[in-house]
Write a protein of this length. Sequence first.
Length: 164
Amino acid sequence: MSVFIVDSNFFIQAHRANYPLDIAITFWKKVKELADNGSIVSIDKVKHEIYQNDDELKSWCIENLPNDFFKDSSEVIEDYTQVVNWAVSKSEHYIQRAMEEFLDADEADAWIIAYALKNDLIITTHEKSQPDSKKKIKIPEPCNALGVTFVDTIEMLRRLNTQF
């Protein structure tokens, strides 16, 4: 069975745009089920990004996700170094601000990639590949270079044979 590691935007975009908590109740029940059975996980950096807003999404996560859902990213330091080395090798392509943002230790993206790399997980993100972009390092670019699979929410649900 494939396990998926979900990016912050999996939760945030679902909550704000596609599957509001008060309308798409079955979606959120399915997310809870997938989290409970270990089909989806995330990391502490994503938790921090979600929990910085004191809103319904934060409350939902606290009340519905298992205590071990957000994994400790410090256990993937060697793999994080590999992601950082990839980014540094692209410093001629990306503007300084893009590099700083991607390499900020509190930002989740590089850590999610490292966690997926170490644990052979599939990343679920709404980010799309933009290899010509110089302003932001999108998750797909390092994933493509490092051999990490990534999908969007719908593809993840398909791969998990999920319906709601």
